[in-house]
Ligand binder design. Sequence first.
Ligand SMILES: Cc1cc2nc3c(=O)[nH]c(=O)nc-3n(C[C@H](O)[C@H](O)[C@H](O)COP(=O)(O)OP(=O)(O)OC[C@H]3O[C@@H](n4cnc5c(N)ncnc54)[C@H](O)[C@@H]3O)c2cc1C
Length: 467
Amino acid sequence: MTENSAPLRPVHVIGGGLAGSEAAWQIARTGVPVVLHEMRPQRATEAHKTGFCAELVCSNSFRSDDAAGNAVGVLHREMRAMGSLIMAQADAHKVPAGGALAVDRDGFAESVTQALESEPLITIVREEMAGLPPADWDNVIIASGPLTSPALAEAIGKLTGEAELAFFDAIAPIVHRESIDMDKAWFQSRYDKAGPGGTGADYINCPLDRDQYEGFVNALIAGDKTEFKDFEKTPYFDGCLPIEVMAERGFETLRHGPMKPVGLTNPHNPTVKAYAIVQLRQDNALGTLYNMVGFQTKLLYGAQAAVFRMIPGLERAEFARLGGLHRNTFLNSPKVLDAGLRLKADPRLRFAGQITGCEGYVESAAIGLIAGRMAAGERLGVEMPPPPHTTAIGALLNHITGGHIETIDAGPRSFQPMNVNFGLFPPMDFSPKSPDGKKLRGPEKALAKKRAMSERAETDLRMWLAG
Ligand SMILES: Cc1cc2nc3c(=O)[nH]c(=O)nc-3n(C[C@H](O)[C@H](O)[C@H](O)COP(=O)(O)OP(=O)(O)OC[C@H]3O[C@@H](n4cnc5c(N)ncnc54)[C@H](O)[C@@H]3O)c2cc1C
């Protein structure tokens, strides 16, 4: 508020998850008041367990922190440069995880909540928005996530005219560290890679020989699964396939996915190469819990315990949490949203987070960040140009709001949730060369291109932020 002027009306943010928390923070940083509406703990979702804002519902990983060679690492760097609350708290609560940035989930979410509660310009209201926001709220961000409550989802669906699209992901089990048999398992990161806060020996590895692998795959396929009902026609998202669905795709599929044995040597039996390896990653700061990496599943609980205890080292595993199912709600954003993430049918409503069709904690928070800045700019009468498509955040935003091209294949639509990746960045027209002038080929060329894209993103973000 300036002298003699009316107080600024608040921006309303629906949902205090990864995206809504970041959006609220960014808005408050510009001096604009925010009301953050979060339905938990009064009303739960199928996956959240606490009343904390920014609760991580599955893995505790923010994925690669390598800004030179990985697109999500570039996104981390950009969010840090833009004062991201989510990244600041992730950095403050990181746990060892090889090349990845992983966090102590409760410490992280509690600190995000405390930061929001301590910010004078943010008011947190614990209530469900059980329909469209009141008509007199002129600037709203809907960040209600993949588990948007049915009443709100139905209201949005009516407004957009697009049928809500739901599909399954699945939650990976968490094991008590002390119940893992370390006479069979061992600590090692793949290729001994030490990432942020890591040691190079951050994962627990459980080896399987060929017979054990075969028995395990057969048991996965035979295990009792949750019955499909309303969701039967729902396609899986390939980045988060249930382990038993991967097993059904072919005997070798798991060995080339979450059970790949490369970059690891079993110190208990160094001369024998494991046929497959299950990795477990630290899940809390104390190091008492480990999650089974890539083991999202829709097996029934009883079947899960029996099948996962077939893995050498996990025979007596105690599970702190078994895997589960969840729904995902997202808009056909390229069609229904404008370039500023506003709903074409009702532009006072802006969307952020996974409901826009990005995928992942970091991506959801990033879209929350940009939506928050856009909403604040609108309130202050300053139009914010979108970030360049050459940046990770710009590439992701562009994918959501228009960069995606509908295929000519038959089908209702082809837009699907997307992680940030270098494929979303505009290509660079150059041929990388070695120091002695030879054209690079294969993996070396690919790496050089990624590095160049990362450097371009850094320069372009700096220029964009400067004005
Ligand atoms: C079960 C599950 C597992 C996942 N696992 C991973 C993973 O391992 N790694 C990863 O990177 N991504 C994962 N994702 C995808 C995605 O990154 C997360 O869901 C992420 O939390 C999305 O952020 P968001 O802010 O959009 O939604 P959320 O973090 O879910 O936040 C939405 C918030 O809105 C609230 N809300 C919903 N409806 C209303 C309403 N009507 N009124 C008020 N509040 C409301 C919810 O309580 C919630 O707090 C997973 C998704 C699901 C569903």
